[in-house]
Design a protein around this ligand. Structure first.
Ligand code: ASP
Length: 593
């Protein structure tokens, strides 16, 4: 059966082309077709003929043309020709349409191209600055086309999952007011209100809570969020989240909504995920992995060995908490590598790191270590059995306060183990029971671990005043292979609890009124219990398509210093515009270097 032509609309409208390239095959042999796209390569063939490889968004086809045709790479052309079977032995199995070619062709040049700064080819290494400057050319490459199309499919799968679960997509404003999520906001001065500004939303957090008060019950949005933060590796000022909120739901229900959306996203990307997604408490995650976003694709878990050394004479082991791991890849840990590791631990804030090589694990444990002669047989024996180490292993021990010991050794576990993780494995996990407060700031003020609208765990209400740092929150993070994909919480919907949390965070009633008075007011008119979640789509797509960097799945990303190399943004703006906005800008020191 001949392939389907492109214009199958109800109006039978004639377009420039009859077919997409990848739809053509041997079934079309003998038919005249017209295809459009870019010239990817031109090859001389004998005296009178040239082969033109023509690329459209679906594939590449070989076009046989008369040598009088003058086309070069990246010219945009329309080819009308006859589909012909390639002579036996000249088929190209790497092309979808490799069994056929177009002969007896007319070529119309729709647009010419100057010499492109780099060839449009996946195999070519081009530096990122050039790729970003000519992003429209970079996006022509097969890999980038694939990434962005896969992103669209993932978005579509997420949307249908949310809709199937009864969620309504609602857009929320981009010109908004400050919200307390911890990041600096982009400010948008108002021309009509000189001196006054909007801010761009860090997330639709407050808007979605207001939608719950408004009775929408289940809201979602694939939302753009903007944060004027220093760009750490792999962050962008603007990013995309699946943002959702639901009323009358439990924490587990919200986690269920998100899990379903993520499963559907993974399934369109062809990635197998074990279901249901497992759970770990924050405390357990810190204890066993030393981080709140555990990469569970490899073991080497942290073990608490504090009690083993309770009566030690070794100063380095005399600590409130001792954590140990069996090092991943011990064969790589030469003496100098171990010294590097000690330095690395110190840079991470450790007082030191103790290494112990297991020479023999049975018939009397034998350890090689700077401290081995100070350890009793019972201590050595207990350390080896607690960690499960065998001969040839290296045990690493860090002593400090519980949190610090966990964090330092957790980082070392990741440093040493990341090569060991199977990159084709996708280990999602829910981290639950986070603390409500992260700690105290320099002024001795409590800092919220998620955001100030997060509901404390009801069992811990009574400790809000007496022991706030031990209060757990009803918040949860979704983690994939060591990346925090997103977080959410059940929210405070009662004004008495909200006022209490604000006061613990040092947000006085006047400040609360001026910053989010409209939310507090809304809560006076019947706020349903509600909770929600948001996860980063850029990161999810990058992981699902196997990219390390989110810029590979964003059409027009900024560099790490926040510049757009294609448009030149951010640019200085004209004084006239500042005048119109009622603003003046201090002269900037020019960088003369
Ligand atoms: N608004 C939060 C964020 O963007 C997520 C949430 O609590 O729903 O991280």
């Amino acid at each position: 059966m001949a392939s389907k032509p492109v214009h199958d609309s109800a109006f039978e409208a004639e377009g420039l082309r009859s077919h997409y390239i990848s739809s053509l095959g041997v079934a079309d042999v003998g038919n005249r077709v017209s295809v459009c796209g870019w010239v990817s390569r031109v090859r001389e063939h004998g005296e009178h003929l040239v082969f033109v490889d023509l690329r459209d968004r679906t594939g590449v086809v070989q076009v046989v043309a008369h040598s009088s045709v003058v086309v070069r790479s990246e010219f945009v052309i329309r080819v009308s020709g006859m589909v012909s079977k390639r002579p036996t032995g000249t088929e190209n199995p790497s092309l979808g349409s490799g069994e056929i070619e177009l002969v007896d062709t007319d070529i119309e040049v729709l647009s010419s191209s100057e010499l492109v700064p780099f060839a449009i080819h996946d195999r070519l290494e081009v530096d990122e600055a050039t790729r970003l400057k000519f992003r429209y050319l970079d996006l022509r490459r097969e890999k980038m086309q694939h990434n962005l199309r896969m992103r669209a499919k993932i978005n579509s799968a997420i949307r249908s999952s949310m809709e199937r679960q009864g969620f309504t997509e609602i857009e929320t404003p981009l010109l908004w007011t400050p919200t307390p999520e911890g990041a600096r906001e982009f400010v948008v001065p108002s021309r009509l209100h000189p001196g006054a500004s909007y801010v761009l939303p860090q997330s639709p957090q407050i808007a979605k809570q207001l939608l719950m008060v408004a009775g929408f019950d289940r809201y979602y949005q694939i939302a753009r969020c903007l944060r004027d933060e220093d760009l750490r590796a792999d962050r962008q000022f603007e990013f995309t989240q699946l943002d959702l909120e639901a009323s009358f739901v439990s924490q587990r229900e919200v986690m269920g909504f998100v899990s379903s959306a993520v499963m559907e996203a993974a399934s369109v990307a062809g990635v197998a995920v074990t279901s249901p997604i497992g759970e770990i408490t924050w405390k357990d995650s810190m204890d066993r992995y030393g981080v709140d976003k555990p990469d569970m694709r490899f073991g080497n878990e942290l073990v608490d060995v504090t009690t083993i050394f309770s009566s030690t004479s070794v100063k380095a082991l005399n600590s409130p908490c001792l954590k140990a791991i069996v090092a991943p890849n011990p064969s790589l840990l030469s003496r100098s590598k171990l010294d590097d590791l000690v330095d690395r631990a110190k840079r991470l804030g450790a007082k030191g790191l103790l290494w112990l090589k297991v020479v023999s694990a049975d018939h009397g444990v034998q350890l090689e270590s700077p401290v081995s002669k100070f350890l009793s047989d019972v201590e050595s024996q207990s350390l080896v059995s607690a960690t499960g180490a065998v001969a040839g292993d290296v045990i690493l021990v860090v002593g400090d306060e519980w949190m610090k010991a966990c964090q330092i050794l957790g980082q070392i576990r990741l440093d040493l183990g990341k090569d060991q993780a199977d990159s084709s494995e996708f280990r999602f996990v829910w981290v639950v029971d986070f603390p409500l407060f992260e700690g105290f700031d320099e002024d001795g003020q409590l800092i919220s671990a998620h955001h100030p609208f997060t509901m404390p765990n009801e069992e811990d209400f009574s400790k809000l005043d007496s022991d706030p740092l031990s209060v757990r929150s009803q918040s949860y993070d979704l983690v994939l292979n060591g990346w925090e994909l997103g977080s959410g919480s059940i929210r405070i919907h009662r004004s008495d609890i909200q006022s209490k949390v604000f006061s613990l965070l040092g947000i006085g009633s006047e400040e609360a009124k001026s910053r989010f008075g409209f939310l507090l007011e809304a809560f006076r008119f019947g706020a349903p219990p509600h909770g929600g979640f948001a996860f980063g789509i850029d990161r999810l797509v990058a992981l699902l398509v196997g990219e390390d960097n989110i810029r590979e799945v964003i059409a027009f990303p900024k560099t790490q210093s926040g510049s757009d190399l294609m448009t030149g943004a951010p640019k200085e703006i004209d004084q006239k515009l500042w005048d119109l906005l009622g603003l003046s800008v201090k002269p900037q020191k020019k960088d003369l270097s």
